[in-house]
Design a protein around this ligand. Structure first.
Ligand SMILES: [Zn+2]
Length: 126
């Protein structure tokens, strides 16, 4: 994740079938979320450009709630509860989606997705 300038990675992205993801934004210490549950989402939403380590070079504007409350277990086995907003809330939601098999491309309009994936397919062949 760090080598590829990622700021989040879900276990399922690297073939590990566990409900676990990590988030590391800038110089902040890595946060580990084990068996996470998003327990609240703000009504207010925000649009922001996202990428994904599973789709290098592909970026979409994705609308998501501005803030979330999440409960999980940390890497020491201790319960963790965070009220997150901004970039942290966004990364948490993106990674949380991975655990349910939802990709960021599933969160944009079908037309936009089709166009981008066609472009992406051409990029991969180059
Ligand atoms: Zn991703």
């Amino acid at each position: 994740m760090l080598r590829n300038n990622g700021i989040g990675l879900a276990a399922s992205q690297v073939g590990i079938p566990r409900r676990l993801f990590i988030v590391g934004i800038g110089d902040e210490p890595l946060r580990v979320f084990i068996n996470p549950h998003i327990i609240a989402r703000s009504q207010e939403t925000t649009e922001f450009e996202e990428g994904c380590l599973s789709f290098p070079g592909l970026y979409f504007n994705v609308v998501r709630p501005l803030a979330v409350d999440i409960e999980a277990v940390d890497m020491h086995g201790k319960p963790l509860r965070i009220s997150a907003d901004g970039l942290l809330a966004r990364v948490i939601q993106h990674e949380y989606d991975h655990l349910d098999g939802i990709l960021f491309i599933d969160r944009v309009s079908p037309v936009k997705r089709k166009r981008a994936l066609a472009h992406y397919g051409r990029m991969l062949k180059m």
